[in-house]
Design a binder for this molecule. Sequence first.
Ligand SMILES: [Zn+2]
Length: 77
Amino acid sequence: MFMYCARCGLIRNEKAESAVCPVCDISFKPVPGEFLTKTGLMFLSQSARMEFENKIRESAEYDEITGSQRDSSNWQI
Ligand SMILES: [Zn+2]
């Protein structure tokens, strides 16, 4: 299932439901189903993914410094 880290914005496809962000060491949250295909295996589209990424950045939980440090390395994983 697709999971994300609310603090740094890392998005990952994780098998474990209790996965932890390797950058922030906090639990991933599941990506809301509205952004995913019915099977939940992929994003509806590239624009749906970008919309979701923007949502994460607008959240109060998002930490810009952590997010920008992470950006360069593994954003696309
Ligand atoms: Zn994180």
